[in-house]
Design a protein around this ligand. Structure first.
Ligand SMILES: [Zn+2]
Length: 287
């Protein structure tokens, strides 16, 4: 497990892509300065970004929650700003999956799906030891897997996506608050409106789990993200129950749902591990 020796965190600017690049570059320099290191001593720079994106060209296609990232060459611009030859850029959930595979809960697994249930829902799929990319590199964007026949509308333009029913931001919005933790607390206290929203989120996650188990037959589904971490009885448990009740018996017998091991630093640790793997030429995850 890599050890984080320098760290710097900043709020993402809302004033456009160039300001975000400048902030990332400043943050990189500050974390290096904290341990008296320079960029010349760094073996690799990796950047975990929201998707969909083109990991080869370092281009972020769209990121609904980040201002200005529309077909934006984040990798090349950041490399230029830092004065390094190359940046390894990939989707945050792919970084997390590689991190979990090398140093976390998915060690040794050849068939696993990483799912994050946080502000949004996302994931990455590894089947037969290969990271699924698909024709347009959106494979693994399971937050936008439709699990309901009708609404609600999702930020991606579709409707009935598991994200729009079970992600923290949407659970909070449905109850009219800004933090999903308050909805789960209200449901626990017996508030009926909160209970309805939580039950709906659980059913959406159950549908996703059955679909993943039947269609992809993973040996492991590794669940990370802040909502999953704080509310396993409303996330991991309903997913386990749905698979046991409704998936193909052989697929259900073959799969375990486990919590992620790398915790809240998974994006950063995943990027470090990903960069190290790429430098070492172990690129079988990334084709
Ligand atoms: Zn969607």
């Amino acid at each position: 497990m890599p050890r984080i020796i320098g760290r710097d965190e900043r709020v993402t600017p809302r004033s456009g892509a160039e300001d975000i690049v400048a902030a990332i570059a400043e943050s990189t320099r500050a974390s290096l300065a904290a341990v008296n290191a320079s960029l010349g001593e760094i073996a690799a720079v990796a950047c975990s970004a929201p998707g969909p994106l083109d990991h080869r060209g370092g281009i972020v296609h769209e990121a609904p929650n980040v201002v200005g990232f529309i077909d934006y060459p984040l990798g090349p611009r950041l490399a230029e700003e830092l004065g390094v030859a190359a940046i390894y850029l990939d989707r945050d959930t792919i970084m997390a999956a590689v991190g979990e595979a090398v140093a976390g809960a998915a060690r040794g697994a050849r068939n696993f799906i990483y799912v994050t249930i946080s502000t949004g829902i996302g994931g990455a799929i590894v089947i037969d030891g290969r990271l699924l990319r698909g024709a347009a590199n959106t494979a693994g964007e399971i937050g936008h897997f439709p699990v309901a026949l009708e609404g609600p509308r999702c930020g991606c333009g579709s409707y009935g996506c598991v994200e729009s029913l079970a992600a923290g931001r949407f659970v909070a919005e449905a109850y009219g608050v800004d933090d999903a933790a308050r909805v789960y607390a209200a449901a626990a206290a017996g508030d009926e409106a909160a209970e309805r929203i939580v039950t709906r989120a659980e059913k959406a996650l159950g549908n996703l789990a059955v679909g993943l188990a039947n269609a992809l037959s993973p040996a492991l589904i590794v669940i990370g993200g802040s909502v999953a971490e704080h509310e396993p009885s409303h996330t991991l448990e309903p997913m386990r129950r749905a698979i046991a009740d409704r998936a193909f018996k052989v697929a259900a017998a073959a799969v375990k749902i486990v919590p992620a091991a790398l915790g809240r630093d998974v994006g950063m640790l995943g990027a470090v591990i990903y960069g190290r793997e790429r430098v070492a030429g172990r690129d079988e995850w990334f084709r």
